[in-house]
Write a protein that binds this ligand. Structure first.
Ligand SMILES: [Zn+2]
Length: 713
C-alpha cells in the first residue's frame, strides 16, 4: 500500500505502470452491488456435482451453479495456496507479482489488489481466511479493512500440519460479521467480502456425518465445506440481498489424489491440481443455468469481478470476461499459463512451466510434455515427439507470458538475509558447509516426485502420532536429499516428541547449516535450551530468530518470559508491548501481558489486557477465565459471573469455571448455589479437596455438612 519512493521514481520516469496503483474511479454508479468471493482450498472441479461427479454431496455449490454461469475449464496459475490466491486477487501471474511459493514470499506492497480497488471505490472490505499460509504477514491483507486470520485454538498443537481453522468456525465468524454489515441504514456503503475455507486440504478428517455419505474422506471434507458455503449463500438469500450481490466461487488448486504419482498438490501442473471450479452468480447481468465453454485463467478473475461490479479494469494480465459470461460476445480464446517452482525451491529440481490451448497441454521441463486433452483428459500419453511443431508454438507462449510479466517489475520480498545476520550465522558455524551439489539438482520433477510424496507421508504419520514410522521414512529420504530442510526439521520434531531433545538439537543445527533463514527452527532450538534450563542459550536463540525475522512475535513473548524469570519486569513489559504493536492479531501477547499485571496484583490493568486479547480471540478459555478472576479480585462478582458463564460455554467439560462460579455465589451470599456449583465441579473432575480447604472463598462453608460431603466418604 505504501509506494516505495524508488519504485515511484521508476514509474514516473518510464510511465510503465501508469494508472496501475491508483486507478481513477468513475462517479459512483447508482447501483453498487455487494461482492463476495469464496475460495475453497484444494478443490478439484471434477469432485463437484455440478461438474458431473455423481457421488458428490455438494447441493449448495450445485445450486449456486444452477443459478449462474459455470466455467467448464478454469485454470489456476499455480497449485500452491499463497501464489495462486495472489494471482486471483491481483490479475497478475506469479512471475509478475513475484510470489512463487508458500511461506518464503510476501506479496509486494506496490501491487494493486482487488480489495484495494473496492476500498478506493468506497466499499467496506473484509476477509476471513482459514489457513496460516494466508496469514496477514504474507500481505494479501492489503486493502482489507478487516482481515480475520485468527486461527489458533487453545490446546490445539498443530505442529506437523498447516495451522488451519475449520470451515464451520470460519463461517460462524463470517455470519456474525454479516449481521453487522447488513444492519440498517440501508444506504450504507456496499461490501467486498472474501471467505476462504481450507477443509478439503489434508489431513482429510471430515465430520462423521459427511464421511458416512461420501465415497472418500476427501469428498467428505468437500461435503462439509459445501454446507458452510450454503450457510453464507442462504443467509444472503434470506436477507433478500443475494440477487444484488456479485458472487464468485472458485478454488486455488485441486488435489492429485495419486494421479501422476503425486499424492497431494504443489509439485506438478496437470489438470488434477490446476483445473478448478469457477462459478459466477449475479442475476442483473448473468444468466442462470449457463455453462461457459471458453477457458478462463485465474488472472481474469479480478478484471471480470470489477466488470460485473461496473468498475473499470486496471493494468493486469487478465481480461474482463463479464460480457462473454453474459453471452453478449463470443468467449475469447485464451491460453492459460501455469507454473510450479516448488520442486525447485524445496529440492533444487527443475521448475515447471505450462500452457494450455483449447486442445493441448504443454509443460516445459527437462523432459517436456505435450498432451491432447480431447483424447487424453488424464494427460498420460506424452505426444511431444509426434507433434514437435505444436510443442514449439506452445513453448513460445510460455516465454511470452514470462516476458510480459517483466513489465510489472515486481519483486516479492523473499526476506533476504542482511550482512549482519549472515555474519551472526557464520560465527555460529552454520554456514561453513561446502556447496556440494544437491542430490536432485536440476532433476525433472517427474523423477523426483517420490521425495515430495515421502515428506507428505512422513508428515501424515507424525500427525497421527507414529513418530517412529515417520522417522524411518525421513531418515531414508535424507540419504537421498541430505540438504532438505523440511525433512530434517520434521525429523527433529519427531525426535523431540520421542523425548530425545539432544538428537532434535543436532538435526536443527544441521538444518540451519543448509538453510539459515528459519526463525521457527531457531525458536525450537531456544525452547530445547529452555527445557534444559539453559536460559542464557535460550535467549541467544530467540534473539537470533528476531534477527532473521524482526516480526517474530513468538520469539518476543519467549524473551519476555525469560526477562520475567530473571526479575527484569521493565524489559519484559517492553517486549510485550513490542509484540502487540508488531502483530495486533496475536492473542498470546495480550493474554501474557495480562498475566504480567495479574502477578503484580494490578487487576485493573490485567483485566483490560485480557479483554483486549478476547477481542482478538473471543473463544480463548484461558483468557475468559483470567478476565473473570480479575473481575472477582476487583470486587465485581456480577461481571466475574458473566465471564465464568461464558467459559462454561467454551469448554463445557471443564470444572474450572464451575469452581469459580461457586466462589462468585459465595461472594454474593448464596452458599446454597455455591454448593450446587461445587457438586458440578466435582462431577466434572475436580478432586483437590486440599485446595478447597485452603481457598478463603469457601471459609464460611467449612463446617457445612454438604461441603464436607462433597468428596463422599
Ligand atoms: Zn491451497
Amino acid at each position: 500500500m505504501t509506494v516505495r519512493s524508488s519504485f515511484l521514481l521508476v514509474v514516473l520516469a518510464l510511465g510503465l505502470l501508469q494508472g496501475c496503483k491508483k486507478t481513477k474511479e468513475p462517479p459512483m454508479a447508482a447501483l453498487r452491488p455487494n461482492v463476495v468471493v469464496i475460495t475453497v482450498d484444494t478443490l478439484r472441479a471434477d469432485r463437484l456435482g455440478c461438474y458431473g461427479f455423481e457421488a458428490a454431496r455438494t447441493p449448495h455449490i450445485d445450486r449456486l451453479s444452477a443459478e449462474g454461469v459455470r466455467v467448464e475449464h478454469a485454470i489456476a496459475a499455480t497449485p500452491i495456496t499463497l501464489p495462486s490466491h495472489s494471482t486471483i486477487f491481483t490479475g497478475l501471474y506469479p512471475p509478475a507479482h513475484g510470489v512463487r511459493d508458500n511461506g518464503r514470499y510476501r506479496l509486494p506492497d506496490e501491487v494493486e489488489t482487488l480489495a484495494e480497488r473496492f476500498k478506493s471505490a468506497g466499499y467496506r472490505t473484509q476477509a476471513f481466511v482459514s489457513a496460516m499460509v494466508l496469514h496477514r504477514r504474507y500481505n494479501l491483507s492489503q486493502g482489507f479493512d478487516g482481515y480475520d486470520d485468527q486461527l489458533r485454538r487453545e490446546g490445539e498443537p498443530a505442529m506437523f500440519m498447516i495451522q488451519e481453522r475449520s470451515g464451520e468456525r470460519t463461517m460462524d465468524r463470517v455470519l456474525k460479521w454479516l449481521e453487522t454489515a447488513l444492519a440498517p441504514p440501508k444506504d450504507r456503503a456496499p461490501f467486498f467480502l472474501w471467505v476462504h475455507l481450507f477443509d478439503p486440504h489434508q489431513p482429510y478428517a471430515p465430520p462423521a456425518e459427511d464421511a458416512k455419505v461420501s465415497p472418500t474422506l476427501y469428498d467428505g471434507e468437500i461435503a462439509s465445506a459445501d454446507r458452510q458455503v450454503g450457510r453464507l449463500i442462504e443467509e444472503l438469500r434470506k436477507r433478500g440481498v443475494l440477487d444484488d450481490t456479485v458472487v464468485t466461487f472458485t478454488s486455488d488448486h485441486g488435489e492429485s489424489l495419486g494421479e501422476h504419482g503425486e499424492a497431494t498438490h504443489a509439485l506438478f501442473i496437470y489438470e488434477s491440481t490446476i483445473r478448478v471450479p469457477l462459478i459466477f452468480r449475479y442475476p442483473p447481468k448473468l444468466p442462470a443455468r449457463k455453462t461457459y465453454e471458453g477457458s478462463v485463467r485465474s488472472v481474469d478473475l479480478m478484471p471480470t469481478v470489477l466488470g460485473l461490479a461496473s468498475l473499470p479494469p486496471n493494468d493486469t494480465q487478465g481480461v474482463d470476461l463479464s460480457d462473454a459470461l453474459a453471452g453478449t460476445v463470443e468467449p475469447p480464446s485464451l491460453a492459460p499459463y501455469s507454473e510450479s517452482l516448488h520442486g525447485q525451491l524445496e529440492f533444487a529440481m527443475a521448475p515447471l512451466f505450462g500452457i494450455r490451448s483449447k486442445e493441448w497441454t504443454y509443460i516445459r521441463a527437462p523432459r517436456a510434455e505435450l498432451y491432447n486433452r480431447a483424447q487424453d483428459p488424464a494427460e498420460t500419453k506424452n505426444l511431444l515427439e509426434a507433434h514437435e511443431n505444436e510443442a514449439a508454438k506452445l513453448d513460445e507462449l510460455v516465454t511470452k507470458v514470462r516476458e510480459d510479466s517483466k513489465r510489472f517489475g515486481l519483486v516479492a520480498d523473499a526476506n533476504p538475509l542482511d550482512a549482519e545476520t549472515v555474519e551472526m550465522l557464520e560465527a555460529l558455524g552454520y554456514m561453513n558447509e561446502s556447496d556440494a551439489p544437491e542430490g536432485l539438482e536440476g532433476m525433472d520433477p517427474k523423477d523426483g516426485v517420490r521425495a515430495f510424496d515421502e515428506i507428505d507421508r512422513a508428515r501424515m504419520l507424525a500427525h497421527e502420532g507414529d513418530y517412529a514410522g515417520a522417522k524411518k521414512v525421513l531418515e531414508s529420504l535424507l540419504e537421498w536429499v541430505p540438504k532438505n530442510a523440511s525433512a530434517r526439521n520434521l525429523l527433529a520434531l519427531c525426535e523431540f516428541r520421542m523425548n530425545d531433545p539432544g538428537a532434535a538439537k543436532q538435526l536443527y543445527l544441521q538444518s540451519l547449516a543448509h538453510e539459515p533463514r528459519q526463525p521457527e527452527v531457531l525458536r525450537q532450538l531456544g525452547r530445547i535450551e529452555l527445557a534444559d534450563g539453559n536460559s542464557h542459550a535460550a535467549r541467544e536463540r530467540f534473539l537470533q530468530s528476531l534477527k532473521v525475522d524482526p516480526a517474530d512475535v513468538e520469539a518476543m513473548i519467549l524473551v519476555a518470559y525469560l526477562d520475567l524469570k530473571e526479575a527484569r519486569p521493565e524489559e519484559a513489559k517492553r517486549w510485550y508491548e513490542r509484540a502487540i504493536e508488531t502483530d495486533p492479531s496475536y492473542p498470546d501477547a495480550y493474554l501474557q501481558y495480562g498475566d504480567f499485571y495479574f502477578r503484580q496484583g494490578d487487576f485493573r490493568q490485567a483485566k483490560s489486557w485480557y479483554d483486549r486479547g478476547l477481542q482478538v480471540q473471543p473463544e480463548s478459555f484461558v483468557g475468559v477465565l483470567q478476565a473473570g478472576t480479575s473481575a472477582l479480585r476487583l470486587g465485581d462478582p456480577a461481571a466475574a459471573e458473566r465471564y465464568f458463564q461464558r467459559a462454561t460455554q467454551i469448554d463445557p467439560g471443564s470444572w474450572k469455571p464451575l469452581y469459580n462460579l461457586a466462589c462468585v455465589q459465595m461472594r454474593q451470599g448464596n452458599p446454597e448455589s455455591a454448593v450446587t456449583y461445587l457438586r458440578k465441579a466435582v462431577a466434572g473432575g475436580f478432586s483437590d479437596s486440599a485446595l478447597l480447604q485452603r481457598d478463603p472463598c469457601f471459609a464460611a462453608l467449612h463446617t457445612d455438612p454438604r461441603f464436607v460431603a462433597l468428596f463422599g466418604r
